[in-house]
Design a protein around this ligand. Sequence first.
Ligand code: HEM
Length: 539
Amino acid sequence: MASSSAASQLQSRLDFHQLSTLGGRKLAPANQTSQSKAAGRSSACGRPPNLISSKYRPPKATKTSSLIASAPAQEIPGSYGPPLLGVWADRLDYFVKQGAEEFFLSRMRRYNSTVIRVNMPPGPPLFPDSKTIMLLDQKSIRVLFDTSKVEKKDVFAGTYMPSTSFTGGFRVLPYVDPSEPKHALLKGFCFKILQSSGRKFIPEFHATFTEGASEWDAQLDATGEADFSSVSQSFTLRFLCRAMLDADPIAPGPASLGKEGPTLIQVWLAPQLAPQASLGLPKLVEAILHTVPLPFALVSRQYNKLYEFFHTNGQHLLDIAVQEFGLDRTEACHNLLFFICFNTWGGFLILLPTIFTAISSAGISLQKELAEEVRSAVGKGGEVTMKALQSMKLVHSTIYEVLRTAPPVPFQYGRVKEDMIVESHDAAYKVKKGELLGGYQKIAMKDPKVFEEPETFRPRRFMGVEGERLLQYLTWSNGPQTEDPTLGNKQCAGKDFVILVTQMLIAEFYLRYDFFELAPVEQSGGQASVTFKVLKKRS
Ligand code: HEM
């Protein structure tokens, strides 16, 4: 059992901050906290925010923090409704009648508040917890990042926790609260995996991307279309395994996954996420499906195959887990699999098509500018280097804007540790020990009191001094972009790695191609399937 001082020793031994050279930018700490800054002014630029573009119009006058603090704390508006019926009505609205975004926006308008009570899916009868206080602005959502105020135990997937049979009988890191000694050990192990494979990221990404791009070219020659999604899913997995495990999942050999890897992972992910995520099924089926936990037995073959691959090829990392972190070897292997397959590959499964869709929708001029920036950054050498990546300001800003407008993991949850007050921009609310708080990043990161024209995709939003200042409100990683994941918080361990990989993808892409056009997006299983209609090789 590690003490908190052991945890801080671990932190300094790991020197995770070396990883900040991977692509994250450090900013000087702000004099004020981000909360008080957001509260004390009317917009990001000191001008009244442009509310016309916002789907939610906040109350006209924004109170200052001191006014909010001196006013009596209010009850939170909204209702859970009568037992079972209230849950069912909210579930119908969420999955069938309104969809997630309008579900929240309509209630924000009805109650004139960005903090509201709702039933979140899945809910009873088989999932006991549905009562949630949703935080839908940039000020209130920040309480979720403060682990002195909220407990993050077993809330990674949502208001429910999937059976531990999906993870070998262990509660893997994302379900563990920092107050549990295991958290620092497992997160330290995760940091170590990233750190020890850091030098392989650029060359392995180049190699696997190049193989994937050759496949796009061949598909385009043969059929006139190229499948972005399945090719990128395959080269992302190969990149991760080659960089972190020194093993190619498709190479023949013991425990090889062949070409099945992406399918095995998706089949294993689906029942864990099904209770809360839309699966792209007929809407009424969806509303009913989200009442029943799906058993691990449905996907045990797929998981066992993945486990065999990680167990066979991850021995050098498992040695580190045992020797440096005192972890149980089997538990470490289930965590290793989870980091690479769920956290990383699963995150990119959503993020990479979203980036290409956003760039394509922004028009050809953005593509030209990105290509110019990439090519001038790599210079005559023509190779992607860390230095070149760091100088690509428009690439950075475009990625940040995608993460703001379409965060791949839109929900975060936490349970209130002690009775306290949660402040929005306009009011203070009482919350009680044990209540469940939820954040919906898709709305909180479009807060019109922080972001101008919040609904508009502006690739240059995060450039320049003002853009850098806004990074404190970019919270897709369960924390501000200006802060770092640590052994003591619950911020995404791969925050900087995510930015690095997406930068490498855009850079490699525009070194090989001039521009692309996408075919109309198809939804499959709730997941966008993206296809290139045009892929113009670099002239
Ligand atoms: C697009 C990619 C990714 C997205 C959108 C993403 C997002 C997130 C978010 C929102 C959380 C917090 C969840 C919560 O506590 O409610 C989280 C946690 C976590 N992420 Fe990521 N992540 C991504 C990639 C990665 C990568 C590359 C790794 C590296 C191994 C990683 C490892 C983790 C871990 C270990 C946690 C739990 C942290 C802790 O328990 O302290 N993630 N991620």
